[in-house]
Design a protein around this ligand. Structure first.
Ligand code: TXA
Ligand code: MG
Length: 349
């Protein structure tokens, strides 16, 4: 398949290209597009065959449900059985934005989209290109992150091209994603709302809007015997080709430990890399040292993490060490993704 790549600016949207992309989706095809979190791989969420194509293009297990993206709150009642009061409040506060809510699904939502579940995940993105595309496509775009299954979610179009060229109809390049981590997912189908995936909208922000919320215990715990409630959270994810180990401890001890390990790896002939911060990047001797940003700036760390994980692949780094981050606020999402990328390999000093 020939994949058409087009550039669209958020501030000056080319409506003709958007209509072309919308027509592809309405006809059952696939278009990758930017959102404020990461790039999505979009198909018609109410068309069983489109969802099937999404799984095939990603190489994704078909029990892993897709998120339906809407552009307007008026589109919600058609695809869900009921809208709990908490969902109404969260929608008013955080939509459009990086929050996904789980509802009981209406009959028109195919099981192919929900991975066989009776529930459906819904999000209203804020990115203007995404919103225009959803409208042009008929209102309901099912979209997982636009990466091949197992790879870090793409935060720039060049990574979508790397993974999806030849597999889908069109890729819309709308520049780098603002947030860089996927949306927070909250399940509103039980008695107490439960966070299934941490993201930019933090537990505290949710708590301040709807009161009591729980967090799925498996989010930061690699040894949990429980299965995570979001099916996708159980899969190996975000992993770079090299082996990644997180090193936790006091800054100086961490630097010293990592440098000793790097020296030994270099003696064995392995290429080494470090995920460092602006504060520490000068202290490492690895072949490839990358700063995710300043420790003081969690937003920058969130924004750069996935890109940096991919860059180590480009440079054929075999052994990677990462500093650890505070797991409060947005840090919870950062550590959740980093721990998954590392397969929960952590050295605590
Ligand atoms: O920011 C995002 O959410 C991005 C952009 C493109 O919107 N999308 C995204 O989709 O991250 P994906 O498919 O890569 O991740 C969706 C996650 C998976 O872990 C999936 O298991 C979970 O949402 N999920 C979807 N529907 C669900 C449901 N009904 N119940 C529980 N978990 C669900
Ligand atoms: Mg994904």
């Amino acid at each position: 398949m020939n994949t058409k790549v087009v550039k669209i600016g958020q501030e000056n949207i080319d409506q003709q290209l958007i209509e072309e992309a919308g027509a592809i989706i309405r006809a059952g095809g696939l278009v990758a597009f930017p959102t404020e979190t990461v790039y999505g791989l979009g198909g018609d969420g109410l068309n069983r065959e489109s969802s099937g194509k999404i799984y095939a293009a990603k190489g994704r297990p078909s029990d892993n449900p897709l998120i339906i993206h809407i552009a307007d709150l008026s589109a919600l009642p058609k695809i869900v059985r009921k809208i709990p009061v908490a969902a109404q409040k969260l929608a008013e506060r955080f939509w459009p934005g990086p929050l996904t809510m789980i509802f009981e699904k209406a009959d028109c939502v195919p099981y192919a989209t929900t991975g066989g579940l009776e529930t459906v995940a819904v999000r209203m993105p804020s990115n203007k290109i995404a919103r225009a595309l959803i409208e042009a496509a008929g209102g309901y775009i099912a979209a997982p992150s636009a990466n091949l299954s197992g790879k870090p979610s793409p935060t720039e179009a060049r990574y979508v091209i790397e993974d999806m060229d030849g597999r889908i109809d069109m890729i819309i390049d709308g520049g780098a994603a603002d947030i860089g981590l996927e949306s927070t997912i909250i399940d509103l189908t039980g008695e107490t709302p439960v966070i299934l995936r941490p993201g930019y909208i933090t537990e505290e922000m949710l708590h301040n809007t709807i009161g009591s919320v729980e967090t799925d215990k498996t989010i930061l715990n690699g040894n949990s015997s429980q299965a995570p409630k979001a099916p996708g959270m159980k899969y190996r994810h975000y992993a770079p080709k090299g082996s990644l180990t997180i090193v936790e401890g006091q800054a100086e001890t961490v630097t010293k430990y990592i440098n000793e390990k790097i020296k030994r790896c270099a003696e064995d002939g392995s290429r080494t890399g470090v995920i460092a911060t602006d504060e520490t990047k000068e202290s490492y001797f690895a072949d490839c040292v990358k700063s995710v940003g300043s420790r003081q700036d969690e937003d920058a760390i969130a924004k750069h993490l996935f890109r940096i994980l991919r860059e180590f692949d480009d440079e054929d780094i075999q052994v990677i060490f990462a500093e650890s981050f505070d797991d409060h606020g947005v840090g919870c999402a950062i550590m959740n993704r980093l721990l998954k990328a590392a397969g929960h390999q952590v050295i605590r000093l």
